[in-house]
Design a protein around this ligand. Structure first.
Ligand SMILES: CC(C)(COP(=O)(O)OP(=O)(O)OC[C@H]1O[C@@H](n2cnc3c(N)ncnc32)[C@H](O)[C@@H]1OP(=O)(O)O)[C@@H](O)C(=O)NCCC(=O)NCCS
Length: 161
């Protein structure tokens, strides 16, 4: 079941993130708390039959066209009337992978952004996931200048509705 997240899921979300990324790339509990306070309506969970979170996707909305590391840290930069739905994180618990959870969450995030009248969606990802995001219609724009988090090479991808 896909639902909006809220602060009651803070520990579960932080735990999933820590299983998906090494510490220098993982968002911290306090960052998630800020995001859940400011834009829970842009934070989706896919829960298993027991109501436990198995996967999540989140990101705020902005008129700024390019994704920067600053956006991860400052939820208050969210602009509900902005043009672009940013995607800050898409994560599935390791034991729930390969079940289509991430695909379902991304499709729902994009459906909502489209009905809300956004121009499109923007994300950054590692090279090996470019193909994964192309299946939704994201186009690779090359190495991101705005995101260098964790000392990794991030590629920016954009989908225009
Ligand atoms: C990436 C991630 C979110 C995928 O989650 P998932 O729920 O297993 O994904 P889905 O089941 O919806 O989709 C997987 C399918 O996408 C497709 N796919 C995956 N990687 C792909 C690639 N590089 N190119 C093309 N297609 C790809 C395959 O068809 C795959 O099917 P398979 O599982 O049968 O091999 C998950 O592996 C994860 O949390 N990774 C760690 C965090 C991370 O890197 N997140 C992305 C941030 S940039």
């Amino acid at each position: 079941m896909i639902r909006f997240a809220d602060l009651s899921f803070l520990d579960e979300i932080t735990d999933i993130e820590s299983r998906c990324f090494p510490p220098e790339q993982a968002a911290k509990r306090e960052q998630f708390a800020g995001r859940l306070r400011v834009y829970p309506q842009h934070f989706l969970l896919l829960c298993d039959d027991d109501g436990k979170a198995a996967a999540f996707v989140n990101g705020f909305v902005t008129d700024e066209p390019d994704l920067t590391d600053e956006m991860y840290a400052f939820p208050e930069k969210h602009n509900e009337n902005g043009a672009w739905q940013m995607i800050f994180g898409l994560c599935t618990r390791p034991e729930h992978r390969h079940k289509g959870y991430a695909k379902s969450l991304m499709n729902e995030m994009l459906r909502l952004a489209k009905v809300q009248g956004r121009k499109g969606a923007v994300l950054t990802c590692k090279e090996r996931l470019i193909g994964f995001y192309e299946q939704f219609g994201f186009v690779n724009e090359g190495i991101s200048r705005g995101s260098v988090i964790g000392g990794v090479k991030w590629y920016q991808m954009r989908l225009r509705f």
